[in-house]
Design a protein around this ligand. Sequence first.
Ligand code: SAM
Length: 342
Amino acid sequence: VSQSAPKLPSKILELMDGFRASKALFVASKLKIFDHLKDKGPTKAVDIANYVGASVCGTERLLDACASLGLLEKTPQGYSNTDSANTYLTSDGKYSLHGYIIHSNDHLWPLFTNLEFAVKEGSRQNHRAFGKKADDLFKDYYHRQEVKQRFMAAMHSIARLTARDVATAFDLSQFKSACDLGGCTGALAYELVQVYPNLKVTVFDLPEVIANTSYFQPSGQHTAPVTFVSGDFFKDNLPEADLYILSRVLHDWPDEKIHVLLSKISAVCKPGCAVLLAEMVLDDEKKNRSTALLQSLNMLVQTEGKERSGSEYQALLEQHGFKNVKIRITGNLLDVILCVKT
Ligand code: SAM
């Protein structure tokens, strides 16, 4: 009996190729090819290869792969950036993803190489990927200036891309003061004071981070009502505020640590004051959002945390007296949850 050939499994074939495409993007970014092509007309492969100090045959194949993926345009005159490469892949644009791409290549890639161990052991893989494992994952990031800078640049790039949607998901104009716990470079804080001119924002983060924030301050905003305070949010007193913000903080930690943090916030939060979470919120069945579910694997390989559903965040918050939990799915990389201390 003749059997017709099965339908080509295009989804599977695409996934088998996924890591090759990711790596092509990472290497082109690392070689600063998109920076080189910014504001330039079509450029020949040999000139790009000379500029980046790489082989002509290798560069040409990388450029062709990038063009086929829609990252570059190829014409008989040479290669040029697409509009999207100019906006997101050059390293200096407001919405540049360069920082996160370099972090993905240098940090996440070695961790994901050990995903099998992470799944079998149920724990993070810093020791296998980098030969060491501190008690606290942030100690792994901050022990070397270069690694810290790279991590902060990565956080900064995603925060810039999401800040407007996070700031406007709810009307926050009734709050006079906010404290962004684990606020890192201040990217969200600077967006908040733009959107809400009467709001004063304190960015609270570990001393190593606060010491390194000046590099990321927006030019011309030095007098903005954003202040930086260093401390450990598990141990130290928290600054007073009407609104406490936790953006991509809870996903780093297991429930036990989240309870410590939320009980500290609850203790300083007056009735009527609020907590705003910015996270990728999973659907309750945990089956529909592959970006968020892949991010949860990303948390597995490097943290003790995970991505959670709206109901899971609600249950954590309600245990600490935070009620009226509202969730906004933004369509951007971060969703927003707002709740009020009763
Ligand atoms: N909120 C930023 C954002 O959304 O881009 C940064 C998120 S990053 C995943 C987590 C942040 O929490 C880092 O800036 C880290 O330094 C900070 N953090 C971790 N442990 C902390 C602690 N014990 N006290 C204060 N900040 C801490």
